[in-house]
Ligand binder design. Structure first.
Ligand code: SAH
Length: 345
């Protein structure tokens, strides 16, 4: 076995930025990396695949991230907001389907005040489910209130760990600030979900290596990785976007470097290849997030074009992902699916 694969397997904390940059700039080790990631996934998080039902409850956003279809400058999008009652009705339906996590996702939409989000969390907790927030940057005080109300996890991708690129893509944010938010959430007791896009303009092997080192350093509990898919209604419309193989490789390396993390096979993976999510599940992923956003809203949460599941029947995505899990000879997770603790392995 080559020295570099041996290091990845047995000395993950000694893996350097240079090692990762090298691995990411050649295809020589790809198959070995994919196999190792699958082996490590099996050893640390087992055969269960956790299902997290996502409700995309608002596509209003005050930010202007250059890649995102929800950016406020995009006038080509029909905006919607679900009412708290609509969100709770949906959560109840998800609970009835015996799914143990609800992910509340939206653009950065201040319409939903501290109190509204707090109310939603406490009502959903009564249904005996884990609550994940994915609503962008809010104040540290709000994070604290929501944690006390029972929120369990917070998804906040770091998007790219290359500071210059981050700052270029986010007109009103900085990488330093993003990192501060993630560290604060972690300190408050949330499970945090950092992660990045793959194939952003100006992002090569070195920049992706930085993402992986960042994920290991921050010890991200969850890691969301997907290809960047250019959206025609954004300034990045003419860019190339991420490819399947590189994205799979970044997912596999994330599993190798953070063995106990929960890693989703993202919707974006399924959107660039019909079997993209299945491939991710075979290269380190152990989570899947079916879309439970109700109609008529669902087709309007278009971060990027060709997003899958927009026209599926109401709750069809649940059975679809269950079928996918069984088809891969894996096991449908029945627990809340918190991160496993190393000591218990
Ligand atoms: N507003 C929330 C989350 C909503 S967007 C937040 O700030 O965290 C969820 C994720 O979609 C983003 O973190 C980003 O990584 C991804 N995304 C946005 N536009 C995309 C695109 N064009 N291609 C691929 N992924 C995209």
């Amino acid at each position: 076995m080559s020295e570099i694969i041996n290091k990845l397997e047995h000395k993950r904390d000694a893996v350097t930025l240079e090692d990762l940059e090298y691995i990411l700039s050649t295809n020589k080790f790809d198959n070995q990396i994919f196999e190792l990631a699958d082996k490590i996934r099996k050893k640390y998080v087992g055969e269960e695949v956790h299902i997290r039902a996502i409700i995309e409850f608002s596509n209003y956003c005050k930010m202007d991230c250059l890649y995102c279809g929800l950016r406020s400058e995009n006038k080509n999008l029909k905006r919607y907001r679900m009412t708290p009652q609509e969100i709770l009705d949906r959560a109840k339906l998800i609970a009835e389907k015996e799914i143990k996590t609800v992910v509340l996702q939206s653009g950065e939409d201040p319409y939903y005040t501290t109190e509204i989000i707090e109310y939603l969390i406490s009502e959903i907790k009564k249904l005996d489910m884990a609550v994940t927030l994915s609503i962008g940057e809010r104040s540290f005080e709000e994070y604290k209130i929501w944690k006390e109300a029972g929120a369990d996890r917070y998804l906040m991708r770091h998007e790219t760990a290359d500071e210059q690129l981050y700052d270029k893509l986010h007109p009103s944010d900085t990488f330093e600030n993003r990192k501060r938010h993630l560290l604060t959430l972690k300190k408050l007791g949330y499970e945090i979900g950092a992660g990045c896009m793959v194939g952003l303009p100006g992002q090569g092997a070195l920049e992706l290596a930085k993402d992986l080192i960042f994920l290991r350093d921050i010890d991200s509990d969850m890691i969301g990785i997907g290809p960047f898919i250019p959206n025609p209604h954004t300034p990045l419309k003419n860019e190339k976007g991420g490819d399947l193989n590189t994205t799979l490789k970044v997912i596999a390396l994330a599993r190798i470097l953070v063995p106990t993390a929960n890693i989703p096979a993202t919707t974006a993976m399924g959107s660039i290849h019909p079997f993209g999510r299945q491939m991710a599940l075979k290269c380190g992923a152990n989570v899947i997030m079916p879309n439970l956003t109700p109609n008529p809203y669902r087709p309007n949460y278009t971060l990027y074009p060709n997003k899958i599941c927009l026209f599926e029947a109401d709750t069809a995505c649940i059975n679809c992902v269950k079928g996918m899990i069984k088809g891969l000879n894996r096991v449908v997770g029945k627990s809340y699916g918190f991160r496993v603790k190393l000591a218990s392995i």
